[in-house]
Ligand binder design. Sequence first.
Ligand code: SF4
Ligand code: SF4
Length: 400
Amino acid sequence: MQSVYNQAMTLAVEQLIQEAERCVTCGLCLPHCPTYRKTGSEADSPRGRIQLMRAVAQEILPNNDRFKQHIDLCLSCRSCESACPNSVNYGALVDATRAQFTPQKSVLFSLIKPIIRHRFSAKPLFWLLWLMQQARLMAIVKRFSPAAKLLPTLQKPITWQKLYPASATRKGAVSLFLGCATNALDSNSLKASIYVLNHLGFDVHVPTGQTCCGSVARQAGDDNESKQLIATNQHSFDPSLTILTTASGCGAGLTDYLPTHHIQDISAFLSTCDWSNVSVQPLNTAIYVQDPCTLRNVQKSHLAVYTLLKKIPQAEIISLAGNSQCCGGAGAYMLTQSEMANQLLNDKLVAIKTANVAVLATSNIGCSLHIANGLRAQNLTVKVTHPIQILAQQMGFSCN
Ligand code: SF4
Ligand code: SF4
């Protein structure tokens, strides 16, 4: 069956109705839905939401605040899609519904929109935040802003080269997607990716014209903005090179809406490379892995993270209990739906405490920020990091 995403745009109302009609209401998706598990309400289940979306699109039900609440509470985690025997494209349905019926008019999105669109004009802001952290002034900001509490210790803002040539026998070339949050808050994962790729013989291109993947805009129902961002990326990246992503949230958005390019998660790409000439130092520790929903349900490459980390001698790689359920991060959801986001976060914190986790690897910046924030609030010392950083460090890379 051809994916409805191949149109690289959100579904029109008629297409939305047709896709919703493919749901046979079997209910097999219900136990996999985090919001249904928490509320027990059919309207907060995938099956219930699909029926509501169809009824509103057909003007059988009004597009009112109650409808918006049920759509807003959906995490877009797409667990339902993975469970559906009829391959209903729930992600396409909820994206189209948000664009056409429930766009956000929040102050938060209006504020972050120019920052995510203009990566370069946002640079002064990140310099300011970095300087404030250096001067230990962030505590004042955090007292007034819940969003500021999510900020990790910032890395010094960086100007990327257009090309990082292979440092071993050349085997090929790839493009690297920076992502707005990863570029601003986790540049060490991008540097680690370049380090590993270069050592495996790959040139890494970092196109300067690239921008945000559009996922936050899509989640807010801003169709024009997400289309513009996708178009900018389409023109910026060489279609003959695979685009590698380090944040699975970006990877999922690009996989769905940039069909002209081949998109792959960094771990999925590296797990199939030739490692015979690469030396990886042992690490005698247990590394727990958190599976981001976007990596598991959309990019479907979460298992590659385990394969990759197993290249570290002596390391024990363990799946965190409850990995099939969303952590509640889900892009801007952790800020806009904080009550449900915190309920889901608490389940993760219980799993982390129960297993006495010291190192947690996650491949999505949103999950990383959300979980690390919860750990800080409970004074738990757990190193939350991207798997590529752990691997790169065992190859000689050092973060700064
Ligand atoms: S599993 Fe698929 S077909 Fe069944 S209720 Fe859920 S979305 Fe509908
Ligand atoms: S995307 Fe996630 S939260 Fe939304 S209906 Fe599907 S399983 Fe539930």
